[in-house]
Ligand binder design. Structure first.
Ligand code: EPU
Length: 336
């Protein structure tokens, strides 16, 4: 493992905020998680940081940042329809997608372009363009930090929901994910339910194929989301809110073009981006922090924004949306 004291977090968060941490540990082998547990690292303040694409550091972190830096994609099973890949937590999501495209494995292609590491994907059940990662996850392995036991959870055990899993509830801060096993299909099984994707294929006159879908999604994403190498952000800052049917119908009376999707238990998911735009925030900037002008769900650091400026925009957006529509937005990003 590599240990650095008093380390800048600027290269490790896609908001490009200049926070520091007291200590950073790069875990180079999964067995080192137990060594760290033996040393008591998880008994005091710590945070497991993946690619830093879903975190907002509001201040210096006075504890230990633990970063999975072990990689590897292993084929661990195969039948006539599918292949199982066991992927290390430190593998870049983009590299897994490359592997799938090169090896003609189907299932994750709609999730191309999402920044971050494989170990973070199950925590918030990353999703885009009609697919959630849970649709392809078979097992999640790791270490329970209190008991130091190894866990190997089935998909059901992870209790995945919209941007949600057991790792955000009972196991929040209590589990270190080491490997994720995916089951990927050998034959095509495209998900083309997302309108902008279907439209883009049609516009180009392309048939769906693994590579065509990946290319269209990459372009659709690039047209809506900032390039994180140039503009600091953490993707969608807020979750799309889920409301009761009564709340939805009341709001629909006031906002006739309200975008909605069915959610579990008869509830309704709304598009936070639409509400933020209608509240007048799209493209608005307060200092160097603001709401992205092509996708209102994304808060951005246009240069030298301070964490306080980002938090200020976040608070004002929440207040305004609450005030105008009676809907409470919650951040998707982890605010530390
Ligand atoms: N909309 C607006 N104004 C905006 C943004 C969106 O009116 O500024 C409307 C759109 O017209 C559309 C609806 O809201 O009718 C949904 O917009 P979009 O398809 O862009 O997706 P989203 O719901 O805003 C979610 C994910 C994204 C993912 C896209 C595509 C969440 C929190 N976000 O955004 O995920 O890429 O769908 O599937 O669920 C991320 O999690 O970081 C992320 C980027």
């Amino acid at each position: 493992m590599i240990i650095q004291e008093d380390c800048s977090l600027k290269p490790y968060n896609t908001f490009h905020l200049a926070a520091r941490c007291r200590r950073m540990v790069m875990v180079e082998h999964p067995d080192e998680v137990l060594e760290l547990a033996d040393k008591g690292v998880f008994q005091s303040q710590f945070y497991i940081l993946g690619g830093g694409s879903n975190v907002l550091f509001t201040q210096d972190f006075s504890g230990t940042i633990v970063h999975p830096a072990f990689v590897g994609i292993e084929r661990v099973g195969e039948d006539k329809d599918s292949v199982q890949l066991r992927v290390a937590a430190g593998e870049e999501w983009a590299d897994l997608l490359d592997y799938c495209l090169k090896n003609e494995l189907y299932g994750l292609e709609n999730l191309i372009g999402i920044p971050g590491l494989v170990g973070s994907a199950p925590v918030q059940n990353i999703g885009a363009y009609g697919v959630e990662v849970k649709d392809c996850i078979e097992r999640v392995e790791g270490v329970l930090l209190d008991s130091r036991e190894h866990f190997n959870f089935s998909n059901d055990h992870c209790r995945f929901g919209y941007r949600d899993s057991v790792f955000k509830h009972e196991l929040k801060g209590k589990a270190f994910i080491t490997f994720v096993t995916f089951r990927l299909a050998k034959e095509s099984r495209y998900v083309l339910t997302y309108k902008a994707l279907a439209n883009e294929l049609e516009r180009r006159g392309w048939q769906p194929s693994l590579h065509n879908i990946a290319s269209c999604i990459t372009d659709v994403r690039n047209s809506k989301l900032p390039d994180i190498t140039r503009i600091g952000c953490a993707g969608s800052f807020f979750k799309n809110p889920v409301v009761t049917r009564e709340e939805y119908e009341e709001l629909l009376g006031r906002v006739p073009d309200l975008v909605s999707y069915p959610a579990p238990d008869g509830r309704v998911k709304l598009a936070a981006g639409q509400l933020i735009e209608k509240a007048g925030w799209k493209g608005r900037r307060l200092g160097d922090a603001g709401v992205y002008d092509k996708q209102a769900l994304v808060l951005v650091n246009y240069g030298d924004a301070t964490p306080a400026e980002i938090v200020n925009v976040c608070r004002q957006v929440i207040w305004d949306v609450e005030d105008k529509f009676g809907v409470t937005l919650s951040p998707e990003v982890n605010i530390l």
